[in-house]
Design a binder for this molecule. Structure first.
Ligand code: PBG
Length: 343
């Protein structure tokens, strides 16, 4: 037995930390914050323990709590006081995200990143205005005899890609004007990064960065978020714009388009079930890679922790280390505060 090589030598106390390959820091994290124009009290989010929707008046206090843990960046999501078919409150000057951004920037040093999407602002909950179906299976959905396909009254409707682009440009400019350092388009519309870059530049915001939700999958792990942000689609799902979880090579094609259009940071979402994608993108691109450890990833660890089946603090930390080890430079996570405070 040749035991010249004994890897356990490096696992001894005092050595193990010296050879650690991955170190998490509070500056790796972006903490999501939900600002709600429909309430004047904080509303806990049942499926996301420890998180709440906060009224605009509480936005600064909420961000100060986060800054105290060492986390320096936040991602703002808004729940508007009213919704319509086009999602017009998304780019209103006095909109919930615009107002919260102005106050946070005036009172704190936090870097404000804003989610640029329409699903929280449209009354149908889709990520853009609707049009008559032109999606590839539109024909199939008309075949009322097909036994394997469930039919719905809205099967013929889909998101109008090019009309959405114009709105996304307006939203991004309104967020930049309010003081956002970085905008994060999450709608998976073709051409969204290019449209936003052009709109920002034309408005003089050449220094506002774009973090694209570049490889965003159509995932069931977004469930708790849709309760939190009130953005569930009223009918159907997002399979006509978000990526098929079965596809790995497609992520490269999808992300390359965003790079060509000027994306500054490339995000993969969700994180844990998609670490192969994080790792692929890390090798293929030299842009910063972000991973979104989504609401369902947070909720399931909390649920198991509550049952006493898992050690919540340990699995949270292990999850984030793993996401970074796979190649993420920054991590959007609902664990940001808890983990940062312990580092
Ligand atoms: C909006 C958006 C979603 C998430 C982030 N931005 C929901 C969705 O695409 O349905 C999900 C975040 C999470 O689950 O934590 N498009």
């Amino acid at each position: 037995m040749d035991l010249t090589h004994r890897p356990r030598r490096l696992r001894k106390d005092g050595i193990r930390d010296l050879v650690s390959e991955t170190v998490l820091e509070p500056s790796d994290f972006i903490a999501p914050v939900f600002v709600d124009a429909t309430t004047d009290e904080r509303v806990p989010i049942p499926s996301m323990p420890g998180h709440e929707r906060v009224p605009v008046d509480d936005a600064v206090a909420r961000v100060e709590e986060i800054l105290e843990t060492g986390v320096q960046a936040i991602m703002l999501f808004g729940i508007p006081h009213s919704k319509d078919a086009a999602g017009t409150r998304a780019w209103a000057d006095d909109g919930v995200v615009q107002e919260a951004t102005r106050r946070i920037r005036a009172a704190t040093d936090a870097s404000v990143v804003t989610d640029v999407c329409l699903c929280e602002y449209t009354d149908h909950g889709h990520c853009g205005p609707l049009e008559e179906g032109v999606h590839p299976d539109a024909g199939a959905t008309q075949d009322r005899t097909a036994p394997t396909h469930e039919h719905h009254a809205h099967d013929h409707l889909t998101v109008d890609n090019d009309a959405t682009l114009e709105s996304l440009g307006q939203i991004a400019v309104s967020h930049a004007e309010a003081g956002a350092a970085m905008v994060a388009p999450s709608g998976m519309m073709d051409g969204m990064v290019g449209a936003i870059r052009a709109a920002l530049d034309e408005a003089g915001h050449t220094d506002v960065a774009i973090m694209s939700y570049a490889a965003k999958y159509q995932s069931a792990f977004y469930g708790p978020f849709r309760d939190a942000a009130d953005g569930a689609p009223a009918f159907g799902d997002r399979r006509h714009y978000q990526m098929d979880p079965a596809n790995r090579r497609e992520a490269g094609r999808e992300v390359r388009l965003d790079v060509e259009q000027g994306a500054d940071v490339l995000m993969v979402k969700p994180a844990l079930p998609y670490l192969d994608i994080v790792s692929d993108l890390r090798r293929e691109f030299d842009h910063p890679i972000a991973a979104y450890n989504v609401s369902g990833e947070y909720a399931m660890l909390h649920a198991a922790g509550e049952k006493g089946w898992l050690d919540l603090e340990a699995v949270a930390l292990e999850s984030l280390v793993s996401i970074k080890r796979a190649g993420a430079d920054l991590i959007l996570t609902y664990f940001a505060e808890d983990v940062a405070a312990r580092l």
